[in-house]
Design a protein around this ligand. Sequence first.
Ligand code: SF4
Length: 211
Amino acid sequence: MSTIFKRLLDHFGPQGWWPAETPFEVMVGAILTQNTSWKNVERAIENLKNAGCLTPERITSCPLNELRELIKPAGFYNQKALYLKELSRFLLDHPLEELATLPTHELRRLLLSIKGIGKETADSILLYVFNRPVFVADRYSHRVFSRLGIWRGPYRYEEIRSLVEEEMKDPEELKEFHALVVELAKNYCRPQPRCDACPLKDLCSFNREGE
Ligand code: SF4
């Protein structure tokens, strides 16, 4: 894992994730990014910012129709508007400073109790907002790790997460590693992989099997 991490870091450089001005913006982005590209999320966040609607208070008081319009570029806007309202209400009841004192498993349990927050979204928030040592084991990581031969079998979120967390304990490294794996999956390890140009090609079993 550490060889892969170093190789990706050398190739792509530091990714500086998560791009956001406030912890709340990270949380909103983590919900909006479900089933859509980051470009679409950026447009929705820009709309929220321009409307002065990027705080839990403003989202709670914003009429649902208005909120749907603002986040429309991110898709699934009916659902996501409700999720943002759920998240905002939760944060008004549980201030960030209070949440930050909780142990990781307890905080994860609470986040998962919010409608619209699944494992991947909860772990993105744990890692990028609360700086906890968790790995966001998204579908990109499953594709990349499977091809590299470090994971065998179907997508199992918790097990892929544990595989990385057993080796990496530093939240800063985990942030960077997650971002780099996504970058690799988007640029080289696509559904149709571009193995010839991939920075990991000499480490990859998929590539060797194809020889
Ligand atoms: S060599 Fe090919 S299959 Fe392996 S990680 Fe790179 S792009 Fe993916």
